[in-house]
Design a protein around this ligand. Structure first.
Ligand code: SF4
Length: 402
């Protein structure tokens, strides 16, 4: 038996409203305000996962996670730059940029998430040659001395290029401080995830999503403060009984599902106890260990090692000799989930190519699952809601779980 928060007199409502406003700030007014308060400092956009935000903060710049236009943008020009059979996020990103909504950004990092992001990076360079941009190649070899060495060189290159464009020089002390700030944020997000798993009626997945995504365009310290404020009042929220099934949702790590889609799943009887929709804030699992006592080990080494050794399993990360689906099953077991929902953006190659292998692993483990696709601007959720409702009913009737 689960419970649901009543919004009437909800002490968390003002913070949730603030978070909602932050994610709807498509013209980056918050970023403009930050730049006005920090004259000369750069704001650097980055596509959803794999950009090490502490590196950008360490050189005095503001990292700004970019998630496309969501359901706020009509694609008119963006479509003409990409073929029809790819996902939505590159089109809406270009649409926003051509419309001037991303003018506050002094540069953009395109990490190697997939071929579409690579193409978007090329398109960006053609359209905005005067703006700094970088394609960040990430290693798929996780040996510290091989892939790690390469990744470290990539990070140094980014820092050097941004320094040439006005950012501060990268220093070990500044990076160590930025990593410490990032670790505080991660600890707060981990607490939020724990509440959501233990008492999903107290913090719904859609609310946790808002609070985590609210940190997309603010410094880590500011985000941690916001999260701590929310955590401080989460326990005071009034709840009422509601019978839901516990699910893990996977596949939404890049183009984001509309927030109303998450709410529709909740209304259909699903407590989403873990999802990868804000994977950018969770790409590295746990704290980034500074371990400065290790001879000659710098803060940059710590960042590189964390990428190599603590990277969350996801469709766009090579897993070497590990068993496909093992980390998903582990996630299901750790969160006490009863089933899995595959929710991927339409035409998302990494997620959709991974899905059959993950489904096979779930079948072997006897874990029920269902799947659907969405676009960031999907507005009709009735079919998905009915499907999720049927799924939650069947799990409730026939059982699930590893
Ligand atoms: S949604 Fe999928 S295919 Fe599209 S850019 Fe993101 S990872 Fe690539």
């Amino acid at each position: 038996m689960s419970q649901e928060v009543t919004t009437l007199g909800d002490p968390a409502a003002p913070l949730l409203a603030r978070a909602q406003a932050a994610i709807e700030d498509r013209s980056l007014n918050g970023v403009k305000a930050w730049k006005a308060a920090n004259p000369g400092a750069l704001a650097i956009g980055h596509m959803p996962i794999y950009t090490p935000r502490p590196l950008i903060e360490a050189i005095g710049a503001l990292p700004v996670a970019m998630f496309g236009g969501g359901d706020q943008v009509d694609i008119i020009r963006g479509d003409s730059y990409f073929q029809s059979y790819i996902c939505h996020i590159p089109r809406s990103t270009i649409e926003l940029a051509l419309g001037g909504d991303l003018d506050a950004l002094d540069g953009v990092v395109f990490p190697a998430i997939c071929d579409v992001i690579r193409n978007l990076s090329g398109m960006w360079k053609l359209l905005f040659p005067e703006k700094w941009s970088a394609y960040l190649d990430v290693p798929q070899n996780f040996d510290r001395n091989l892939g790690g060495k390469f990744y470290g060189l990539e990070l140094r290159r980014l820092a050097r290029e941004l320094h040439q464009r006005g950012a501060k020089e990268l220093t070990d002390d500044a990076l160590a401080q930025a990593i410490a700030d990032e670790n505080e944020r991660r600890a707060a997000i981990a607490e939020l995830d724990l509440i959501r798993q233990k008492e999903p009626w107290r913090v719904r997945a859609s609310e946790a999503y808002l609070m985590v995504r609210a940190g997309a365009a603010i410094p880590a310290r500011e985000h941690t403060k916001l999260l701590r404020e929310f955590l401080g009042i989460a326990g005071d929220r009034k709840t009422r009984a509601y019978d839901n099934v516990r699910v893990v949702m996977i596949g939404s790590f890049c183009e984001q599902p509309p927030i109303d889609l998450l709410r529709a799943l909740e209304k259909a009887g699903c407590d989403i106890v873990w999802d990868d929709a804000q994977l950018g804030m969770r790409t590295i699992e746990g704290s980034i260990e500074l371990r400065t006592s290790e001879g000659g080990r710098s803060a940059l080494d710590a960042l590189v090692d964390a990428y190599c050794e603590q990277g969350a399993a996801t469709a766009s990360r090579y897993i070497g000799n590990e068993v496909k689906g093992a980390s998903l099953i582990d996630r299901v077991q750790k969160t006490g989930a009863e089933g899995v929902i595959f929710a991927a953006a339409s035409f998302c190659d990494p997620a959709l190519l991974d899905q059959p292998m993950l489904e096979t692993a779930l079948n072997v483990a006897g874990i029920p699952h269902t799947s659907f696709k969405y676009a960031e601007n999907t507005a009709q959720f009735q079919v998905i809601r009915e499907q999720a409702g049927a799924f939650s009913d069947s799990v409730r009737l026939f059982g699930g779980g590893a």
